[in-house]
Design a protein around this ligand. Structure first.
Ligand code: HEC
Ligand code: HEC
Length: 443
Protein backbone atom coordinates (compact mmCIF):
# COMPACT_ATOMS: atom_id res chain seq x y z
CA UNK A 1 0.00 0.00 0.00
CA UNK A 2 2.76 2.46 0.69
CA UNK A 3 3.83 4.17 -2.50
CA UNK A 4 6.77 6.47 -2.98
CA UNK A 5 5.61 10.08 -2.18
CA UNK A 6 7.50 11.43 -5.28
CA UNK A 7 4.75 10.53 -7.77
CA UNK A 8 2.34 13.15 -6.23
CA UNK A 9 4.58 16.09 -6.87
CA UNK A 10 3.93 16.70 -10.62
CA UNK A 11 0.15 16.09 -10.32
CA UNK A 12 -0.57 18.51 -7.45
CA UNK A 13 1.78 21.28 -8.46
CA UNK A 14 3.20 23.27 -5.58
CA UNK A 15 0.47 22.24 -3.11
CA UNK A 16 2.78 21.56 -0.35
CA UNK A 17 -0.05 20.78 2.02
CA UNK A 18 -1.40 18.06 -0.22
CA UNK A 19 2.00 16.65 -0.69
CA UNK A 20 2.59 16.91 2.97
CA UNK A 21 -0.67 15.15 3.65
CA UNK A 22 -0.03 12.44 1.12
CA UNK A 23 3.40 11.97 2.45
CA UNK A 24 1.98 11.92 5.90
CA UNK A 25 -0.49 9.17 4.98
CA UNK A 26 2.13 7.22 3.16
CA UNK A 27 4.62 7.43 5.97
CA UNK A 28 1.93 6.69 8.54
CA UNK A 29 1.24 3.39 6.78
CA UNK A 30 4.90 2.67 6.51
CA UNK A 31 5.42 3.51 10.20
CA UNK A 32 2.55 1.24 11.35
CA UNK A 33 4.09 -1.71 9.52
CA UNK A 34 7.43 -1.03 11.02
CA UNK A 35 5.97 -0.77 14.51
CA UNK A 36 4.15 -4.07 14.08
CA UNK A 37 7.40 -5.63 13.04
CA UNK A 38 9.23 -4.08 15.98
CA UNK A 39 6.49 -5.16 18.35
CA UNK A 40 6.79 -8.71 17.09
CA UNK A 41 10.54 -8.51 17.57
CA UNK A 42 10.15 -7.21 21.12
CA UNK A 43 7.71 -10.03 21.85
CA UNK A 44 10.20 -12.54 20.58
CA UNK A 45 13.06 -11.03 22.55
CA UNK A 46 10.92 -11.08 25.69
CA UNK A 47 10.07 -14.72 25.16
CA UNK A 48 13.73 -15.54 24.59
CA UNK A 49 14.69 -13.64 27.69
CA UNK A 50 12.13 -15.56 29.76
CA UNK A 51 13.44 -18.89 28.46
CA UNK A 52 17.00 -17.81 29.12
CA UNK A 53 16.27 -16.75 32.66
CA UNK A 54 14.46 -20.02 33.28
CA UNK A 55 17.50 -21.88 32.06
CA UNK A 56 19.79 -19.76 34.14
CA UNK A 57 17.72 -20.51 37.22
CA UNK A 58 17.91 -24.24 36.53
CA UNK A 59 21.68 -23.96 36.05
CA UNK A 60 22.01 -22.12 39.30
CA UNK A 61 20.00 -24.78 41.11
CA UNK A 62 22.16 -27.48 39.64
CA UNK A 63 25.33 -25.67 40.57
CA UNK A 64 24.10 -25.26 44.12
CA UNK A 65 23.27 -28.97 44.33
CA UNK A 66 26.70 -29.87 43.00
CA UNK A 67 28.40 -27.61 45.47
CA UNK A 68 26.51 -29.28 48.26
CA UNK A 69 27.53 -32.70 47.00
CA UNK A 70 31.17 -31.70 46.72
CA UNK A 71 31.10 -30.41 50.27
CA UNK A 72 29.63 -33.71 51.45
CA UNK A 73 32.25 -35.77 49.62
CA UNK A 74 35.01 -33.60 50.99
CA UNK A 75 33.71 -33.94 54.52
CA UNK A 76 33.45 -37.72 54.14
CA UNK A 77 36.97 -37.91 52.70
CA UNK A 78 38.31 -35.84 55.55
CA UNK A 79 36.67 -38.10 58.06
CA UNK A 80 38.02 -41.15 56.33
CA UNK A 81 41.51 -39.69 56.20
CA UNK A 82 41.33 -38.98 59.89
CA UNK A 83 40.24 -42.49 60.80
CA UNK A 84 42.36 -44.34 58.24
CA UNK A 85 45.73 -42.86 59.04
CA UNK A 86 46.67 -46.14 60.67
CA UNK A 87 46.85 -48.75 57.93
CA UNK A 88 46.94 -51.59 60.40
CA UNK A 89 43.67 -50.57 62.03
CA UNK A 90 41.09 -53.35 61.87
CA UNK A 91 38.60 -53.20 59.01
CA UNK A 92 35.43 -51.34 59.93
CA UNK A 93 32.62 -53.62 61.01
CA UNK A 94 29.29 -53.22 59.32
CA UNK A 95 26.32 -54.06 61.43
CA UNK A 96 23.62 -54.24 58.81
CA UNK A 97 25.69 -55.99 56.17
CA UNK A 98 27.02 -54.35 53.07
CA UNK A 99 23.75 -53.93 51.26
CA UNK A 100 24.68 -56.44 48.60
CA UNK A 101 23.34 -59.93 47.92
CA UNK A 102 20.38 -61.61 49.60
CA UNK A 103 19.70 -64.72 51.60
CA UNK A 104 19.53 -67.87 49.44
CA UNK A 105 16.05 -69.34 48.87
CA UNK A 106 15.42 -72.85 50.20
CA UNK A 107 14.89 -74.02 46.60
CA UNK A 108 18.31 -72.70 45.62
CA UNK A 109 19.96 -74.46 48.53
CA UNK A 110 18.13 -77.70 47.69
CA UNK A 111 19.28 -77.53 44.06
CA UNK A 112 22.86 -77.10 45.19
CA UNK A 113 22.84 -79.49 48.14
CA UNK A 114 22.82 -82.77 46.20
CA UNK A 115 25.85 -84.60 47.56
CA UNK A 116 25.39 -88.15 48.75
CA UNK A 117 27.65 -89.76 51.37
CA UNK A 118 28.75 -93.41 51.30
CA UNK A 119 26.23 -94.38 53.98
CA UNK A 120 23.38 -92.94 51.89
CA UNK A 121 22.98 -89.67 53.72
CA UNK A 122 21.79 -87.00 51.30
CA UNK A 123 19.83 -89.37 49.04
CA UNK A 124 16.47 -88.00 47.96
CA UNK A 125 13.43 -90.21 48.42
CA UNK A 126 12.73 -92.47 45.48
CA UNK A 127 13.34 -95.88 43.94
CA UNK A 128 13.82 -97.69 40.66
CA UNK A 129 14.69 -101.08 39.15
CA UNK A 130 16.72 -102.45 36.27
CA UNK A 131 13.64 -102.98 34.04
CA UNK A 132 12.79 -99.30 34.02
CA UNK A 133 16.46 -98.44 34.06
CA UNK A 134 17.18 -100.38 30.89
CA UNK A 135 14.75 -98.23 28.93
CA UNK A 136 16.04 -94.94 30.29
CA UNK A 137 19.63 -96.06 29.83
CA UNK A 138 18.98 -97.03 26.19
CA UNK A 139 17.42 -93.65 25.60
CA UNK A 140 19.81 -91.36 27.45
CA UNK A 141 23.10 -93.16 28.00
CA UNK A 142 23.60 -95.98 25.48
CA UNK A 143 24.72 -93.70 22.64
CA UNK A 144 27.98 -93.24 24.51
CA UNK A 145 28.16 -96.03 27.07
CA UNK A 146 26.67 -98.86 24.94
CA UNK A 147 23.42 -100.78 25.36
CA UNK A 148 24.93 -102.96 28.05
CA UNK A 149 27.16 -100.29 29.62
CA UNK A 150 30.06 -101.85 27.74
CA UNK A 151 31.15 -98.46 26.31
CA UNK A 152 31.02 -97.28 22.70
CA UNK A 153 34.36 -96.50 21.04
CA UNK A 154 36.40 -94.69 23.65
CA UNK A 155 33.56 -93.66 25.95
CA UNK A 156 33.88 -95.04 29.47
CA UNK A 157 32.97 -98.67 30.12
CA UNK A 158 30.59 -98.95 33.08
CA UNK A 159 30.37 -102.73 33.42
CA UNK A 160 32.72 -105.71 33.66
CA UNK A 161 36.48 -105.66 34.22
CA UNK A 162 36.26 -107.81 37.35
CA UNK A 163 39.60 -109.05 38.64
CA UNK A 164 41.64 -106.97 36.24
CA UNK A 165 42.72 -104.35 38.74
CA UNK A 166 46.12 -105.97 39.31
CA UNK A 167 46.71 -106.33 35.57
CA UNK A 168 48.99 -104.10 33.61
CA UNK A 169 45.94 -102.66 31.88
CA UNK A 170 43.15 -102.72 34.49
CA UNK A 171 39.52 -102.14 33.44
CA UNK A 172 38.12 -99.88 36.13
CA UNK A 173 34.34 -99.76 36.01
CA UNK A 174 31.53 -98.97 38.42
CA UNK A 175 31.28 -102.73 38.97
CA UNK A 176 34.93 -103.70 39.23
CA UNK A 177 36.40 -100.66 40.92
CA UNK A 178 34.05 -98.26 42.70
CA UNK A 179 33.94 -98.98 46.45
CA UNK A 180 30.67 -97.17 47.20
CA UNK A 181 27.42 -97.15 45.25
CA UNK A 182 26.63 -93.64 46.50
CA UNK A 183 29.30 -92.34 44.12
CA UNK A 184 27.40 -93.77 41.13
CA UNK A 185 24.16 -92.16 42.23
CA UNK A 186 25.78 -88.83 43.04
CA UNK A 187 27.93 -88.68 39.90
CA UNK A 188 25.18 -89.66 37.49
CA UNK A 189 22.59 -87.37 39.07
CA UNK A 190 25.02 -84.47 39.01
CA UNK A 191 26.81 -84.83 35.71
CA UNK A 192 25.14 -87.25 33.27
CA UNK A 193 23.98 -87.49 30.51
CA UNK A 194 27.17 -85.78 29.38
CA UNK A 195 26.18 -82.32 28.20
CA UNK A 196 22.71 -82.56 29.72
CA UNK A 197 23.59 -82.70 33.39
CA UNK A 198 20.82 -82.10 35.87
CA UNK A 199 17.98 -83.42 33.73
CA UNK A 200 17.44 -86.76 35.53
CA UNK A 201 14.84 -87.18 38.27
CA UNK A 202 15.73 -89.12 41.42
CA UNK A 203 13.55 -92.09 40.35
CA UNK A 204 15.21 -92.20 36.93
CA UNK A 205 18.62 -92.10 38.59
CA UNK A 206 17.74 -95.00 40.96
CA UNK A 207 16.52 -97.00 37.95
CA UNK A 208 19.67 -96.27 35.95
CA UNK A 209 21.97 -97.16 38.85
CA UNK A 210 20.00 -100.40 39.27
CA UNK A 211 20.48 -101.13 35.58
CA UNK A 212 24.26 -100.53 35.84
CA UNK A 213 24.37 -102.95 38.81
CA UNK A 214 22.38 -105.45 36.79
CA UNK A 215 24.76 -105.06 33.82
CA UNK A 216 27.55 -105.90 36.25
CA UNK A 217 25.69 -109.02 37.47
CA UNK A 218 25.56 -107.54 40.94
CA UNK A 219 21.74 -107.71 41.34
CA UNK A 220 18.80 -109.61 39.91
CA UNK A 221 16.47 -107.85 37.52
CA UNK A 222 13.68 -107.44 40.07
CA UNK A 223 15.83 -105.74 42.71
CA UNK A 224 14.26 -102.45 43.78
CA UNK A 225 16.94 -99.88 44.57
CA UNK A 226 15.85 -96.98 46.79
CA UNK A 227 17.04 -94.33 49.21
CA UNK A 228 16.57 -96.91 51.95
CA UNK A 229 18.93 -99.63 50.71
CA UNK A 230 21.41 -97.83 48.44
CA UNK A 231 23.66 -96.82 51.35
CA UNK A 232 23.99 -100.42 52.54
CA UNK A 233 24.70 -101.92 49.16
CA UNK A 234 28.07 -103.70 49.27
CA UNK A 235 30.17 -103.12 46.21
CA UNK A 236 32.51 -105.75 44.79
CA UNK A 237 35.68 -103.75 45.43
CA UNK A 238 34.70 -102.26 48.79
CA UNK A 239 37.76 -103.74 50.50
CA UNK A 240 40.12 -102.79 47.70
CA UNK A 241 41.02 -99.46 49.26
CA UNK A 242 43.10 -98.93 52.38
CA UNK A 243 43.28 -95.85 54.51
CA UNK A 244 46.76 -94.35 54.34
CA UNK A 245 46.97 -93.26 57.95
CA UNK A 246 50.75 -93.19 58.27
CA UNK A 247 51.46 -90.48 60.85
CA UNK A 248 53.82 -88.53 58.59
CA UNK A 249 51.13 -88.11 55.92
CA UNK A 250 48.24 -85.74 55.78
CA UNK A 251 45.49 -88.04 57.05
CA UNK A 252 46.91 -87.87 60.56
CA UNK A 253 47.24 -84.10 60.30
CA UNK A 254 43.66 -83.62 59.28
CA UNK A 255 42.36 -85.89 62.05
CA UNK A 256 43.62 -83.53 64.74
CA UNK A 257 40.92 -81.40 66.31
CA UNK A 258 41.24 -78.04 64.56
CA UNK A 259 41.55 -74.89 66.60
CA UNK A 260 38.61 -72.66 65.78
CA UNK A 261 39.09 -69.63 67.99
CA UNK A 262 41.71 -67.75 69.97
CA UNK A 263 44.38 -69.95 68.48
CA UNK A 264 47.18 -67.45 69.00
CA UNK A 265 47.78 -65.18 71.97
CA UNK A 266 49.39 -62.53 69.94
CA UNK A 267 49.59 -61.88 66.25
CA UNK A 268 52.66 -60.15 64.99
CA UNK A 269 53.06 -59.00 61.43
CA UNK A 270 56.61 -59.74 60.45
CA UNK A 271 56.53 -59.19 56.72
CA UNK A 272 54.42 -58.13 53.80
CA UNK A 273 53.93 -60.83 51.27
CA UNK A 274 54.16 -58.49 48.29
CA UNK A 275 57.89 -58.52 48.70
CA UNK A 276 58.32 -62.08 49.71
CA UNK A 277 56.33 -64.24 47.42
CA UNK A 278 57.36 -64.78 43.88
CA UNK A 279 56.38 -67.52 41.51
CA UNK A 280 59.57 -69.34 40.65
CA UNK A 281 59.96 -70.30 37.00
CA UNK A 282 60.05 -73.99 37.87
CA UNK A 283 56.72 -73.75 39.73
CA UNK A 284 55.89 -74.20 43.38
CA UNK A 285 56.13 -71.50 45.99
CA UNK A 286 59.19 -69.56 46.92
CA UNK A 287 57.68 -67.69 49.79
CA UNK A 288 60.11 -66.67 52.47
CA UNK A 289 57.40 -65.84 55.00
CA UNK A 290 58.76 -68.39 57.40
CA UNK A 291 61.85 -67.54 59.40
CA UNK A 292 61.57 -64.01 58.09
CA UNK A 293 62.76 -60.89 59.80
CA UNK A 294 61.81 -57.36 58.91
CA UNK A 295 65.43 -56.26 58.64
CA UNK A 296 66.19 -54.55 55.41
CA UNK A 297 62.64 -54.70 54.13
CA UNK A 298 60.44 -51.93 52.89
CA UNK A 299 58.29 -50.19 55.42
CA UNK A 300 54.65 -49.21 55.37
CA UNK A 301 53.12 -46.13 56.85
CA UNK A 302 50.02 -44.04 56.51
CA UNK A 303 51.58 -42.34 53.50
CA UNK A 304 51.71 -45.69 51.77
CA UNK A 305 54.46 -48.23 51.23
CA UNK A 306 58.03 -47.10 51.12
CA UNK A 307 60.10 -49.07 48.72
CA UNK A 308 63.29 -47.92 50.33
CA UNK A 309 64.35 -50.57 52.80
CA UNK A 310 64.35 -49.08 56.28
CA UNK A 311 67.59 -50.76 57.21
CA UNK A 312 69.46 -49.87 54.06
CA UNK A 313 72.50 -47.69 54.56
CA UNK A 314 71.05 -44.21 54.57
CA UNK A 315 72.91 -41.31 52.96
CA UNK A 316 73.24 -39.43 56.29
CA UNK A 317 74.76 -42.46 57.93
CA UNK A 318 77.29 -42.73 55.16
CA UNK A 319 78.17 -39.10 55.55
CA UNK A 320 78.42 -39.16 59.33
CA UNK A 321 81.66 -40.80 60.13
CA UNK A 322 80.56 -44.27 59.08
CA UNK A 323 83.29 -46.37 57.52
CA UNK A 324 84.15 -45.01 54.13
CA UNK A 325 83.35 -48.06 52.09
CA UNK A 326 84.18 -46.25 48.88
CA UNK A 327 87.83 -47.03 49.51
CA UNK A 328 87.81 -50.55 50.82
CA UNK A 329 91.44 -51.36 50.13
CA UNK A 330 92.65 -48.44 52.18
CA UNK A 331 90.26 -49.39 54.97
CA UNK A 332 91.51 -52.95 55.03
CA UNK A 333 95.03 -51.73 55.17
CA UNK A 334 94.27 -49.31 57.99
CA UNK A 335 92.59 -51.63 60.48
CA UNK A 336 92.98 -55.16 59.19
CA UNK A 337 89.46 -55.20 57.75
CA UNK A 338 87.54 -54.51 60.95
CA UNK A 339 85.62 -51.54 59.68
CA UNK A 340 84.96 -53.16 56.36
CA UNK A 341 83.55 -56.18 58.12
CA UNK A 342 81.27 -53.90 60.12
CA UNK A 343 80.10 -52.25 56.92
CA UNK A 344 79.56 -55.67 55.36
CA UNK A 345 77.50 -56.78 58.34
CA UNK A 346 75.19 -53.85 57.67
CA UNK A 347 74.84 -54.74 54.03
CA UNK A 348 74.07 -58.31 55.06
CA UNK A 349 70.79 -57.07 56.53
CA UNK A 350 69.52 -57.22 52.98
CA UNK A 351 70.23 -60.93 52.90
CA UNK A 352 69.14 -61.85 56.42
CA UNK A 353 65.53 -62.53 55.52
CA UNK A 354 66.76 -65.56 53.60
CA UNK A 355 70.32 -66.39 54.69
CA UNK A 356 72.16 -67.13 57.88
CA UNK A 357 75.89 -67.10 58.42
CA UNK A 358 78.07 -67.76 61.45
CA UNK A 359 77.98 -70.28 64.27
CA UNK A 360 74.84 -72.42 64.16
CA UNK A 361 73.70 -71.03 60.80
CA UNK A 362 71.07 -73.18 59.12
CA UNK A 363 69.30 -73.14 55.78
CA UNK A 364 66.31 -70.84 55.67
CA UNK A 365 64.64 -69.94 52.43
CA UNK A 366 68.20 -69.51 51.17
CA UNK A 367 71.18 -71.78 51.99
CA UNK A 368 73.46 -71.03 54.96
CA UNK A 369 76.54 -69.17 53.80
CA UNK A 370 79.30 -70.48 56.09
CA UNK A 371 82.71 -70.94 54.50
CA UNK A 372 81.30 -69.63 51.26
CA UNK A 373 84.55 -68.56 49.59
CA UNK A 374 86.15 -71.80 48.49
CA UNK A 375 82.88 -73.71 48.81
CA UNK A 376 81.39 -75.60 45.87
CA UNK A 377 78.39 -73.76 44.45
CA UNK A 378 75.03 -75.24 45.35
CA UNK A 379 76.48 -77.54 47.99
CA UNK A 380 74.86 -76.56 51.32
CA UNK A 381 73.65 -79.81 52.86
CA UNK A 382 69.92 -80.33 52.79
CA UNK A 383 69.10 -77.24 50.70
CA UNK A 384 66.83 -77.67 47.73
CA UNK A 385 68.62 -75.69 45.04
CA UNK A 386 67.30 -74.66 41.66
CA UNK A 387 68.47 -76.49 38.54
CA UNK A 388 71.11 -73.92 37.67
CA UNK A 389 72.78 -74.28 41.08
CA UNK A 390 72.54 -78.06 40.99
CA UNK A 391 74.26 -77.97 37.60
CA UNK A 392 76.99 -75.68 38.96
CA UNK A 393 77.53 -78.11 41.80
CA UNK A 394 77.82 -81.03 39.41
CA UNK A 395 80.38 -79.10 37.37
CA UNK A 396 82.38 -78.52 40.58
CA UNK A 397 82.28 -74.75 40.23
CA UNK A 398 83.65 -73.06 43.33
CA UNK A 399 82.84 -69.66 44.85
CA UNK A 400 85.73 -67.25 44.70
CA UNK A 401 85.58 -63.52 45.29
CA UNK A 402 85.24 -62.67 41.61
CA UNK A 403 82.36 -65.11 41.07
CA UNK A 404 80.58 -63.90 44.18
CA UNK A 405 80.97 -60.27 43.12
CA UNK A 406 79.45 -60.98 39.74
CA UNK A 407 76.62 -63.03 41.25
CA UNK A 408 75.74 -60.43 43.86
CA UNK A 409 75.79 -57.59 41.33
CA UNK A 410 73.24 -59.33 39.13
CA UNK A 411 72.08 -62.68 40.53
CA UNK A 412 69.57 -63.41 37.80
CA UNK A 413 71.95 -62.88 34.93
CA UNK A 414 74.95 -64.59 36.52
CA UNK A 415 72.83 -67.62 37.46
CA UNK A 416 70.04 -67.77 34.88
CA UNK A 417 67.05 -69.41 36.50
CA UNK A 418 68.16 -68.98 40.09
CA UNK A 419 65.34 -68.85 42.58
CA UNK A 420 67.11 -66.25 44.70
CA UNK A 421 64.58 -63.42 44.67
CA UNK A 422 67.07 -60.62 45.08
CA UNK A 423 67.78 -57.98 42.49
CA UNK A 424 71.43 -57.48 43.39
CA UNK A 425 73.76 -55.05 45.15
CA UNK A 426 74.19 -51.83 43.22
CA UNK A 427 77.41 -50.60 44.77
CA UNK A 428 80.74 -52.30 44.29
CA UNK A 429 81.71 -51.09 47.75
CA UNK A 430 78.81 -53.03 49.29
CA UNK A 431 79.92 -56.16 47.50
CA UNK A 432 83.50 -55.80 48.71
CA UNK A 433 82.28 -55.17 52.24
CA UNK A 434 79.84 -58.07 52.34
CA UNK A 435 82.46 -60.41 50.95
CA UNK A 436 84.77 -59.43 53.76
CA UNK A 437 81.96 -59.91 56.26
CA UNK A 438 81.03 -63.34 54.89
CA UNK A 439 84.68 -64.40 55.11
CA UNK A 440 84.97 -63.27 58.73
CA UNK A 441 81.55 -64.42 59.98
CA UNK A 442 81.38 -67.75 58.23
CA UNK A 443 84.70 -69.21 59.21
C1 HEC B 1 27.43 -87.81 25.05
C2 HEC B 1 28.07 -88.95 25.65
C3 HEC B 1 27.58 -89.41 26.99
C4 HEC B 1 26.30 -89.68 27.39
C5 HEC B 1 25.02 -89.55 26.58
C6 HEC B 1 26.41 -90.15 28.75
N1 HEC B 1 27.69 -90.16 29.17
FE1 HEC B 1 28.39 -90.86 30.92
N2 HEC B 1 30.26 -90.29 30.44
C7 HEC B 1 30.60 -89.67 29.26
C8 HEC B 1 31.97 -89.22 29.35
C9 HEC B 1 32.74 -88.46 28.30
C10 HEC B 1 32.43 -89.60 30.62
C11 HEC B 1 33.79 -89.32 31.24
C12 HEC B 1 33.66 -87.98 31.90
C13 HEC B 1 34.90 -87.57 32.61
O1 HEC B 1 35.82 -88.37 32.80
O2 HEC B 1 34.92 -86.40 33.02
C14 HEC B 1 31.34 -90.30 31.26
C15 HEC B 1 31.44 -90.85 32.51
C16 HEC B 1 30.41 -91.58 33.09
C17 HEC B 1 30.55 -92.33 34.30
C18 HEC B 1 31.84 -92.49 35.11
C19 HEC B 1 32.68 -93.57 34.50
C20 HEC B 1 33.98 -93.80 35.24
O3 HEC B 1 34.33 -94.96 35.46
O4 HEC B 1 34.65 -92.81 35.59
C21 HEC B 1 29.34 -92.86 34.58
C22 HEC B 1 28.98 -93.75 35.77
C23 HEC B 1 28.44 -92.43 33.53
N3 HEC B 1 29.14 -91.64 32.64
C24 HEC B 1 27.11 -92.74 33.46
C25 HEC B 1 26.25 -92.23 32.49
C26 HEC B 1 24.83 -92.42 32.53
C27 HEC B 1 24.10 -93.22 33.56
C28 HEC B 1 24.32 -91.76 31.44
C29 HEC B 1 22.87 -91.62 31.04
C30 HEC B 1 22.02 -91.02 32.02
C31 HEC B 1 25.43 -91.22 30.71
N4 HEC B 1 26.59 -91.49 31.40
C32 HEC B 1 25.32 -90.52 29.52
C33 HEC B 1 29.82 -89.51 28.14
C34 HEC B 1 28.45 -89.70 28.12
C1 HEC C 1 64.56 -63.41 49.08
C2 HEC C 1 65.52 -64.33 49.62
C3 HEC C 1 66.99 -64.07 49.37
C4 HEC C 1 67.69 -62.90 49.59
C5 HEC C 1 67.15 -61.57 50.07
C6 HEC C 1 69.04 -63.21 49.27
N1 HEC C 1 69.17 -64.50 48.88
FE1 HEC C 1 70.88 -65.45 48.37
N2 HEC C 1 69.85 -67.10 47.92
C7 HEC C 1 68.50 -67.25 48.07
C8 HEC C 1 68.10 -68.52 47.54
C9 HEC C 1 66.67 -69.09 47.50
C10 HEC C 1 69.27 -69.15 47.05
C11 HEC C 1 69.37 -70.46 46.31
C12 HEC C 1 69.36 -70.12 44.87
C13 HEC C 1 69.02 -71.25 43.94
O1 HEC C 1 68.93 -72.40 44.34
O2 HEC C 1 68.79 -70.91 42.78
C14 HEC C 1 70.35 -68.22 47.32
C15 HEC C 1 71.68 -68.46 47.02
C16 HEC C 1 72.71 -67.67 47.38
C17 HEC C 1 74.10 -67.99 47.21
C18 HEC C 1 74.66 -69.27 46.65
C19 HEC C 1 74.95 -70.19 47.83
C20 HEC C 1 75.45 -71.54 47.44
O3 HEC C 1 75.31 -72.44 48.26
O4 HEC C 1 75.95 -71.73 46.32
C21 HEC C 1 74.80 -66.93 47.70
C22 HEC C 1 76.30 -66.81 47.76
C23 HEC C 1 73.86 -65.96 48.16
N3 HEC C 1 72.61 -66.43 47.94
C24 HEC C 1 74.18 -64.76 48.74
C25 HEC C 1 73.26 -63.78 49.06
C26 HEC C 1 73.62 -62.49 49.58
C27 HEC C 1 75.04 -62.06 49.93
C28 HEC C 1 72.48 -61.79 49.73
C29 HEC C 1 72.31 -60.36 50.20
C30 HEC C 1 73.09 -59.37 49.56
C31 HEC C 1 71.41 -62.65 49.34
N4 HEC C 1 71.93 -63.83 48.92
C32 HEC C 1 70.07 -62.29 49.39
C33 HEC C 1 67.62 -66.37 48.62
C34 HEC C 1 67.94 -65.06 48.94
Amino acid sequence: MSKSPNIFIPALGGTALAVGLAYGIASRDYGADKIELLEARVGQVEANAAAASEMANAEADRAAALELQIAKVQAAAKERMASAMNLTAPAPSVEDGFGIGRAAHPEEIAAWDVDVLPDGRGLPEGSGNAYDGEEIFADRCASCHGDFAEGVDNWPVLAGGFDTLADEDPVKTVGSYWPYLSTAYDYIYRSMPFGEAGTLTPDETYAIVAYILYSNDLIDDDYELSHENLGQFEMYNKDGFVLDDRPELEYAQWRAEPCMENCKDEVEITMRSVFLVETPPEGGSNSVMNHATTDGLPTFSAEGPSFIPAAAVKPQEEASGEPDVEEPVAAVAADGGGELVAAGEKVFKKCKACHQVGAGATNKSGPQLNGLIGRTMGSADGFNYSKVFTAAMEEDRVWDEAALAEFLARPKSYMKGTKMAFSGLKKDADIVAITEYLKSAGE
